[in-house]
Ligand binder design. Structure first.
Ligand SMILES: *Cc1c(COP(=O)(O)O)cnc(C)c1O
Length: 476
């Protein structure tokens, strides 16, 4: 037994650290060792339970209703109901599916070719929902300075087939809160649902407000908001696999549920996309949330927020780095000037033990760096500032990665739908990912890969990355 666990530990040595505050995306560290310990214990205790049927494991029903009630209080929804899901993406998928199939509460209607109006900054999960459920995404551009959409533009994009309007609180890429009140009003005016994607902000904005930070309205107190997603495995600092989708009232949730008696086995009755589902993430979330408690979250929110504002100021003061916008919560977006590129900077940060996340150019916006700040990072701000400073200097010394103009022109001209597997093999080799596809070992420097992806149009980026994944994920 110890042998296989030792092998797991050895394998994990190649992973990013999940704790210690140096991984500024993907993971969220409260810095509270006891909370982590409790989460792990609850995961183990509930690993074999099945949330398929809440009457067979009644404790899961108790835990879920308790957490949904907590979230509903936090987000001012006295009549709200909800569901614990496996993550933000599942919450978003179900919000879109419920809007497609449920229409606006009192008047369910079936729309032949449904669409949803989303800001360009909405999370990619909405595009996944569009892809899965045939709900076309109508994308509204955002202001180049505030990175939020004009509610009038959202209104103008709505048509008779619109089933959902979306706002973020905040957006992942820029960390700003959309004008939720105005967007929800536009939706309500047309009798359309409005989803607020608070996956990353929903557990932190309310606590910041309690602590005196000026936070714009985004919850159910805003008329017209019909559903909200809030991830527990982000700023509730719970183990992965837990998010909540709230609906304003039970009528809005009904179309999300699925039952099937169309087979000879047990009648299937599901609240989520999964059927058999582990009770472990739910139990762990419940344990961690009750352990940390409202006061604990208020303190953690303040610590992460103050660290973010401090980091944003310090980063903006570094020669060659610019803050895109003042962070509304705990997300920082940075840009380099022409003397360096963000991709080289990310590599330089990695060699210094810090993971920061490159964001490719999009529409009119140049590439940027994303930093998700959690409470554990607050204790390491001096080291982080020092790393950003020296990494920026190093990135300037080597200069931006140059993509040959011929290659850039070829990338722009390629139609991914015409490429065969051999062509993808060739392109992956050009991109520097050929070896990785074959052996699974990533290049030590990702900047050349990212720089090439950056000059490719989004459709080619997607096709290349899918070809890459296809080669990566094969048994040895
Ligand atoms: C993280 C996030 C999501 C998706 O959540 P996952 O848990 O990664 O599936 C959706 N929207 C926003 C704003 C997010 O930050």
């Amino acid at each position: 037994m110890t042998d296989v666990l030792a092998r797991l530990r050895a394998l994990q040595e190649g992973d990013l650290p999940t704790h210690g505050g140096s991984t500024l995306a993907y993971v969220y560290d409260s810095g509270l060792a006891e909370a982590d310990e409790i989460g792990r214990a609850a995961l183990a205790q509930y690993g074999a339970t099945n949330g398929l049927d809440p009457t067979v494991f009644p404790s899961l029903r108790t835990l879920e209703n308790d957490l949904v009630g907590w979230a509903a209080r936090l987000l001012n929804g006295p009549t709200a109901v909800g569901t614990v899901t496996s993550g933000g993406t599942e919450s978003v998928l179900l919000a879109v599916q419920a809007a497609r199939d449920g229409g606006r509460a009192a008047a369910p209607r079936s729309v032949a070719s449904p669409n949803m109006v989303i800001p360009a900054t909405a999370h990619a999960a909405f595009h996944k929902a569009a892809h899965y459920f045939g709900v076309r995404a109508i994308v509204v551009d955002v202001d180049p300075v505030t990175f939020t959409p004009d509610p009038a533009d959202m209104a103008a994009a709505i048509d008779d087939n619109t089933v959902l309007v979306v706002a973020s609180a905040p957006s992942y890429a820029h960390g700003v809160v959309d004008p939720v009140r105005e967007i929800a009003a536009v939706a309500a005016d047309r009798g359309i649902r409005c989803h607020v994607d608070a996956c990353i902000g929903g557990w932190i904005l309310p606590y910041l407000r309690r602590d005196g930070v000026a936070v714009p309205d985004f919850g159910f107190a805003v008329p017209g908001v019909t559903s909200i997603s809030v991830d527990l495995h982000k700023y509730a600092y719970t183990p992965k696999g837990a998010s909540i989708l709230l609906h304003r009232d039970a009528a809005f949730r009904r179309a999300q549920f699925f039952a099937s008696a169309a087979w000879p086995g047990y009648t299937m009755l599901n609240s989520t996309m999964q059927s058999t589902k582990s009770g472990a993430p739910l139990a762990a979330a419940w344990a961690v949330i009750h352990h940390i408690g409202d006061e604990g979250y208020q303190r953690l929110a303040r610590v992460a927020y103050d660290a973010t504002q401090d980091l944003a100021k310090r980063a903006d003061d570094i020669d060659g780095l610019t803050l895109l916008t003042t962070p509304a919560t705990t997300l920082v977006a940075l840009r380099t000037n022409a003397r360096a590129d963000v991709f080289t900077l990310a590599d330089e940060m990695a060699t210094r033990g810090w993971f920061v996340q490159p964001q490719l150019s999009f529409r009119d916006q140049p590439p940027s760096l994303h930093l998700t700040v959690s409470a554990a990072t607050a204790q390491r701000l001096d080291a982080l500032t020092e790393a950003l400073t020296t990494a920026t200097q190093a990135a300037q010394a080597s200069g931006p990665v140059q993509v040959s103009p011929d290659l850039a022109a070829a990338a722009t001209a390629l139609d991914p739908s015409t490429l065969d597997e051999a062509a993808f093999d060739g392109l992956l080799t050009i991109a520097g990912l050929g070896d990785t596809a074959a052996t699974g070992t990533l290049p030590t420097r990702m900047a050349p890969v990212n720089a090439l992806l950056d000059v490719a149009p989004p459709a080619l980026r997607e096709a290349l990355l899918i070809a890459f994944l296809d080669r990566l994920m094969r048994p040895a």
